[in-house]
Design a protein around this ligand. Structure first.
Ligand SMILES: N[C@@H](CCC(=O)N[C@@H](CS)C(=O)NCC(=O)O)C(=O)O
Length: 204
């Protein structure tokens, strides 16, 4: 097996977190190469696009979190088998990624500008995305995004919803998910209580 190194900020969340959890669930050995925000200026030029996460496979440094997530999921047995289920899994991961991109665009704003931008997100793009995720969960029987089992799509949603619920994002109401997408709220708790996720955080 190739040597794997996942490079990302030293936070329990963000764009590398689903792959970290997936590797852990699958028992896939990897180097969890974390660094502090203050070290990013040094790390940035060592990456192909000046961005993290990257996954280094032997000597090849790969970018794009959802590509990395899919790779980790395939190794860990957390990627759907059928074409249609993989389509839904990919759709959901890209929905969350698009919301992450919109959220990151508000970092650096302050005061009223931040409040206006975040409220617009909460009431607009995030609510729309959460309602669609809710629909996907209901369509699949109410428990998971696809295949009635935990896949990488569930981990991607879990990490995002954790951030939304946490209160660390000013002007994003911590009850937004519960109010607009109750099945997503329950899904968050289900994933948090799944053995692989509990084991991962217990080891951290
Ligand atoms: N499309 C990329 C986006 C990666 C990205 O923007 N990562 C952030 C950190 S979460 C970053 O490195 N930002 C620094 C920059 O773009 O200058 C992906 O999916 O991985």
């Amino acid at each position: 097996m190739a040597k794997l190194k996942l490079t990302y900020f030293d936070i329990d969340g963000g764009r590398a977190e689903p792959a970290r959890i997936a590797f852990s669930i699958g028992g896939i050995k990897f180097e969890d190469n974390r660094f502090g925000f203050d070290k990013f200026s040094a790390v940035k030029p060592t990456t192909p696009l000046g961005q993290v996460p990257t996954l280094t496979i032997d000597d090849r440094q790969i970018t794009q979190c959802n590509a990395i997530n899919r790779f980790a999921a395939k190794l860990a047995g957390l990627y759907p088998a059928s074409d249609v289920n993989s389509l839904v899994c990919d759709e959901v991961m890209d929905i969350v990624e698009e919301c992450t991109h919109k959220l990151v665009a508000t970092f650096g704003l302050e005061g009223e500008a931040l409040q206006v931008a975040r409220t617009k997100l909460a009431e607009g793009a995030f609510t729309n995305a959460l309602k669609l995720l809710n629909k996907r969960i209901v369509e699949q029987g109410g428990l998971y995004i696809c295949e009635n089992r935990l896949t990488i799509a569930d981990l991607k949603v879990f990490v995002w919803v954790h951030a939304l619920n946490s209160g660390i994002l000013d002007h994003i109401p911590t009850d937004l998910v519960d109010l607009v997408a109750p099945q997503v709220h329950e899904h968050y708790q289900r994933v948090a209580e799944s053995p692989g996720v509990i084991e991962y955080y217990a080891k951290r």
